[in-house]
Design a protein around this ligand. Structure first.
Ligand code: COA
Ligand code: AMP
Length: 635
């Protein structure tokens, strides 16, 4: 059945995506399905629609006003709030009204720096209503990261909240926001701040405004703008993601292709249908949150959970099962790291047994490679299919998955199964030669990418081509490496660049190196990802200090840790660092990060032919052993 669907797509992609487009409400239905005449691949170029209308208004019009659109479940505040589609429409209209009152219109950018509360989703939908372009920034990023995004997106307005709530502490957002605006060249016209009970932010006269006061004012004045029709190719949002340098990439998502692709994916991959409850336990600051907390479930009139808590510690490792049973969740989507955290605290799955999971039908895992132990634990305790799916911020929806909504294909542990319609996945070697089944290489997708994938980077077409299209002409380079087996199943094994994956969060080690190099006592450094039983990977830094540093080394290392936390944010989880006398390099001066990583992980490794001085590796090994790594090294 699935093979037939994939074949239909392959035989005539335009007919396939033309057919899928009928599920979306258009102001002007597209006559052209695909166009590459501008040099960028664009879907539905003459279509006109509004994403907010598709996600909210039309469901109210169709009789879903009383159905829950969101269920906000917040163990960190003990709040549980059900927001119906009717209530959602009311608030989205008012928030759009208050933003329009501040001059936001079609094409203007709005940055949303907020925690996991309903207002974050409402703000994004309100932007979509006005045809404005939102950029949500994850709360775990530091001011310097936010400042980079402010300068790139040049927002008219920033929406924020007084704080986020981590189990260990209240994170005051306002000082971080003020710090970022101070650092940024670009200054927004205004900031609108949602004050939370646990923390009142101090406001800057003239620039900052109280969200609820403005929303009340919009209600009094009946400021309720209609949905602004936009071109299918107009940007809906920019989502910044880690690249190979400290400068994040502004992934652009359009309106039309996005709605069509998510409608296909939520039903055919995740098997969620109108009225059913889907829970993506991620954060709205990540792509998983954009696609499957916000736009995917709402596109079809399903109910989505907004969870402000953790898998463990809020209050215990049974938190996920409580939410699933209480809100009758049909499918959960999270990162494997969340399950490793649960498994560590509840190895026998005792807490699972305390909840009624009758309505629960499937678990989806993505964001990082899923280890077989985690799959076994989840399958054994939950007794539902556990489905690995592989995708990226850039694509916005799964490249490979097991299409549960069509049929459950045989599972091969370690593989996210088969490419979805729209994706022709190949494995290429360095010489652009196509690899046979079982052979390792770079994972690429034959162009064009399907609807929903990035058409370009924000104001940076050249950067888009250089990053993704140049190395393998005719293909999109995913930056991941792996192989296809004889049944066409994909195995994603590693990255081809210096990106690491820490607790499902995508981070650039190059970015961390840039920060460490900025420390006045650091001469040079290397950051690499080492394996971690909980978070998958952790960044580990090795620094060479300048000659003549006469302070205790430990003091400098603590400053290095603080520097990464202050400049990249706590999410970097940068806590492992050691000082070494020198780093292993090639004769041309390139640091051999791959070799250091293999030594640290205790993997087998070969002496690089180009190494300048092999004796450095012994020093490296003993430094890593002092840190508790490099335990099983086999040369
Ligand atoms: N705002 C501010 N700080 C944040 C934050 C936010 N939104 N999210 C995380 N942080 C902080 C954490 O408090 C932690 O700070 P600390 O160093 O002071 O302890 C740091 O960033 C690292 O966070 P995290 O990597 O999430 O680790 P953790 O120890 O807090 O939690 C898990 C570990 C496994 C429970 C957690 O990572 C998790 O729930 N992961 C689920 C997977 C997920 O959401 N993936 C996203 C893509 S699908
Ligand atoms: P992000 O853009 O933050 O979603 O991160 C995307 C990257 O995470 C991918 O390029 C992969 O390196 C990794 N990733 C995501 N899902 C999977 C998966 N199911 N298996 C292996 N790696 C994954």
């Amino acid at each position: 059945m699935f093979q037939q669907i994939y074949q239909n797509w392959k035989e005539d992609p335009s007919a396939f995506w033309g057919e899928q487009a009928h599920r979306v409400d258009w102001v002007e239905a597209p006559k052209t399905i695909f166009d590459d005449s501008t040099g960028l691949d664009r879907w539905y170029p003459d279509g006109v629609l509004n994403t907010c209308f598709n996600c909210v208004d039309r469901h109210v019009n169709a009789g879903r006003a009383d159905q829950a659109a969101f269920i906000y479940d917040s163990p960190v505040t003990t709040q549980k709030v059900r927001i119906s589609y009717g209530e959602l429409l009311d608030r989205v209209q008012l928030v759009a009204g208050m933003m329009a009152d501040h001059g936001v219109g079609h094409g203007d950018r709005v940055i949303i720096y907020m925690p996991m509360i309903p207002e974050t989703a409402i703000a994004a939908l309100a932007c979509a209503r006005l045809g404005a372009v939102h950029s949500i920034v994850f709360g775990g990023f530091a001011p310097a990261e936010l400042a980079t995004r402010i300068d790139d997106a040049q927002p008219k307005l920033i929406l924020s909240a007084s704080c986020g709530i981590e189990p260990s502490r209240v994170v005051a957002y306002k000082p971080l926001l003020d710090g970022a605006i101070e650092l940024a060249q670009h200054k927004p016209d205004a900031c609108i701040i949602f004050q939370r009970d646990v923390e009142q932010a101090s406001m800057i006269e003239g620039r900052d405004h109280d969200w609820m006061a403005l929303e009340a004012d919009a209600r009094d004045r009946n400021l309720r703008p209609d949905c602004v029709p936009v071109k299918a190719t107009d940007p809906l949002y920019i989502l910044y993601t880690s690249g190979t340098t400290g400068i994040p990439k502004g992934v652009v998502r359009d309106n039309g292709g996005h709605m069509v692709a998510l409608t296909w994916a939520i039903e055919n991959v995740y098997d969620i249908h109108p009225g059913e409850v889907f829970w993506s336990a991620s954060d709205m600051g990540w792509v998983v949150g954009h696609s499957f907390i916000l736009y995917g479930p709402l596109a079809i009139g399903a109910t989505s959970i907004i969870y402000e808590g953790k898998p463990v510690g809020t209050p215990d490792a049974g938190a996920f099962w409580r939410v699933i049973s209480e809100h009758r969740v049909k499918a959960l989507f999270t990162a494997p790291t969340a399950f490793r955290a649960i498994k560590k605290e509840d190895p026998e799955g005792e807490l699972v047994k305390q909840y009624d999971l009758t309505h629960f039908k499937a678990l989806f895992l993505a964001g990082e490679r899923v280890d077989p132990d985690t799959i076994d634990w989840a399958e054994g305790n939950l007794k539902v299919p556990v489905i690995d799916n592989w995708w990226q911020t850039e694509t916005g929806w799964p490249i490979c998955s097991n299409p549960l909504g069509v049929e459950l294909l045989p599972v091969k542990k370690g593989s996210p199964t088969l490419p979805m319609p729209g994706y022709d996945v190949r494995i290429l070697g360095e010489a652009q030669d196509e690899k046979a089944a079982g052979e390792f290489g770079t994972i690429v997708v034959k162009l064009p990418l399907p609807p929903g994938c990035l058409p370009t980077l924000w104001h940076n077409d050249e950067g888009f081509r250089n990053s993704y299209l140049t190395e393998f002409p005719g293909y999109y380079n995913t930056g991941d490496a792996g192989y296809l087996d004889e049944d066409g199943y994909l195995f994603v094994m590693s990255r081809t660049d210096d990106i690491i994956n820490v607790a499902g969060h995508r981070l650039s080690t190059g970015g961390m190196e840039e920060i460490l190099s900025g420390h006045h006592d650091v001469a040079e450094c290397a950051v690499l990802g080492v394996r971690d039983a909980l978070k998958g990977e952790l960044p580990l830094g090795l620094v060479v200090l300048n000659d003549g540093v006469d302070r205790p080394t430990e003091e400098v290392l603590q400053e290095c840790i603080q520097l990464v936390r202050a400049e990249m944010g706590p999410v970097a989880a940068f806590k492992l660092v050691a000082a070494v006398k020198r780093l292993p390099k090639t004769r041309s001066g390139k640091i051999l990060r791959g070799t250091i990583r293999s030594i640290a992980n205790g993997d087998s490794w070969k002496m690089p032919a180009t190494i300048d001085d092999p004796t450095v590796l012994d020093e490296m090994e003993s430094a890593l052993q002092d840190m508790g790594y490099a335990q099983n090294h086999a040369a």
